[in-house]
Write a protein that binds this ligand. Structure first.
Ligand SMILES: Nc1ncnc2c1ncn2[C@@H]1O[C@H](COP(=O)(O)OP(=O)(O)O)[C@@H](O)[C@H]1O
Ligand SMILES: O=C(CO)[C@@H](O)[C@H](O)COP(=O)(O)O
Length: 479
């Protein structure tokens, strides 16, 4: 989809900024008016399935989405570009910036044993003190430890290690760079002191590779290379995708974002670091110089897609089935650990359906149980944020999975918190575009957001299904 005529006048005088969301399943590119944030064009391209990928395929997808958005035709009007991307991916390259191994993604669990060993060796308190997160398989350092142990030849050739958004910064600007929000997801960066903790790399990877410079939130990573467009455009520092969503939503303290994408994430903005030695909340940094306490799960929107596939229906029919079921799915309770799980840290877990009877084993209840499983798996995060004194006044529900009406209508009651659903936008890419404007002009624009629907908790069934979910998880996994 390119610039439409009615939009051309909208932004003919205005300068534009481009935001990229290179997420697990796809790359999305948006061009928006720098002053208003109004979208001028957009494009997307899929990423291959799997939990590891050759980073060149991210570049190819970006090129395809860039073309689909017609960015080159916007020429000099593009003042800035920035990239938000899936966090934690291990991008290790040799001296020629060629990958020494496929990038292991946030949802790859092969480094779970290394993660367990690292926590046991230093202890939870020491990890939280050092980098404000507890290593799990998702985090970059555990993947480097895996590489050193199981692919020593590749590890020996590794000259620089960066993250997915850092790799795309390299493609766009010609140099490696990152920001504190994404660096905070590596487990070798301290988001309070804002410094790399290279001793952790030495200890668990056995060497200290070159690391991307951590830029300030509004700092330029360089000028856009000619192959992409006008060299007058600056490239922003970029950020991790959840920090991008927070920026795109203009998230304020008290507002909690719940994103139902490939990952399920619950996060908010905090002026101070939240230190959770249990590891349930990761103490990430945001993209404005503050903090982004966050809970993430591996199983989110794809639980509903898998449920639809099992029922041999499309997502629209799946939604209809779920909406037609009893609110509590007739007593069915699904533990949605279909690809292992990160929070709780159960990398080898599988899914479990409990409460099955001859009476409740219906397509409607199976669909409904899938929806409730996604919400239940994230609900603990809201309680956890509250336990650290982080205000939880309302939820902003985003991500592809939020298109499910059944999920939208159930969220407030399962969470026990009012839920606003903003208009459907690519908030991660929009946040990147806001950062691009900040880097280009020195000012972070305020574009506002439009709420499409609002819901309030409605009925005791929410606590009933949450209680069943917790009881099922404790019965099977003891926690
Ligand atoms: N109407 C819908 N109901 C349920 N899930 C949906 C719907 N539309 C899209 N999705 C899911 O949204 C997911 C993509 O969401 P997105 O936020 O783009 O993910 P990511 O950012 O991780 O790539 C896909 O897994 C897709 O199945
Ligand atoms: O690991 C995390 C956050 O810690 C995930 O949020 C990834 O960043 C993937 O994001 P999506 O592809 O689901 O947007």
């Amino acid at each position: 989809m390119n610039i439409s005529d009615e939009n051309r006048t909208l932004s003919a005088a205005g300068r534009l900024v481009v935001g990229v969301d290179s997420s697990t399943q796809s790359c999305k590119v948006v061009a928006v008016d720098l002053e208003t944030g109004a979208q001028v064009s957009a494009g997307s391209a899929s990423h291959p399935d799997g939990t590891s990928i050759n980073p060149h395929l991210w570049t190819s997808a970006l090129e395809e989405a860039w073309r689909a958005a017609g960015i080159a035709a916007l020429g000099e009007r593009v003042a800035g570009v920035a990239v938000a991307a899936q966090q934690h991916g291990m991008v290790g390259v040799n001296g020629d910036n060629e990958p020494v191994h496929d990038a292991l993604l946030w949802n790859d669990v092969r480094s779970a044993e290394e993660a367990g060993r690292m926590v046991a060796e230093l202890g939870a308190e020491a990890w939280v003190d050092a980098v404000n997160i507890l290593p799990v398989a998702s985090f970059t350092l555990t993947k480097l430890a895996w590489l050193a142990r199981w692919q020593p030849d590749a590890a020996a050739r590794l000259d620089t290690v960066g993250l997915p958004h850092d790799w795309l910064n390299l493609q766009l600007s010609g140099s490696w760079s990152t920001d504190r929000s994404d660096a905070s997801g590596t487990a070798y960066f301290d988001p309070v002191a804002n410094t790399y903790r290279v001793e952790l790399l030495e200890k668990f990877f056995g060497a200290v590779p070159s690391l991307p410079q951590v830029l300030a939130p509004n700092e330029s990573a360089g000028q856009l290379l000619p192959r992409w467009g006008s060299s007058a455009a600056v490239v922003g520092a970029g950020m991790g995708d959840n920090a991008g969503a927070a920026l795109g939503l203009e998230l304020a303290p008290g507002e909690v974002a719940v994103s139902i994408g490939t990952s399920g994430t619950v996060f908010t903005i905090s002026e101070t670091a939240v230190r959770d030695v249990s590891g349930q909340l990761a103490g990430f940094a945001d993209a404005t110089g503050r903090h982004l306490p966050l809970l993430a799960t591996i199983n989110a929107a794809r639980v509903m897609a898998a449920g639809a596939a099992m029922l041999n229906v499309d997502l629209a029919e799946f939604d209809r089935l779920a909406l037609a079921a009893a609110p509590d799915a007739g007593g069915l309770t699904l533990l949605p650990y279909l690809d292992g799980e990160r929070t709780p840290n159960l990398p080898d877990a599988t899914g479990s359906m409990l409460g099955l009877t001859r009476a409740n084993m219906t397509p409607n209840n199976m669909a409904r149980a899938s929806v409730l499983a996604v919400l239940n798996s994230l609900a603990d995060a809201l309680d956890s944020l509250g336990s650290f004194g982080v205000p939880v006044e309302r939820v902003l529900l985003i991500g592809g999975g939020a298109k499910s009406r059944a999920l939208r209508e159930a969220a407030a009651t399962v969470f026990g918190v009012p839920v606003d659903v903003p208009e459907q936008r690519e908030y991660v890419a929009l946040g990147a575009a806001r950062q691009a404007a900040w880097a280009a002009t020195g000012e972070l624009p305020v574009w506002g957001r439009r709420i499409e629907e609002s819901f309030i908790p409605d009925g005791a069934w929410g606590s009933l299904v949450r209680g069943r979910y917790v009881a099922a998880r404790k019965a099977i996994y003891g926690r």
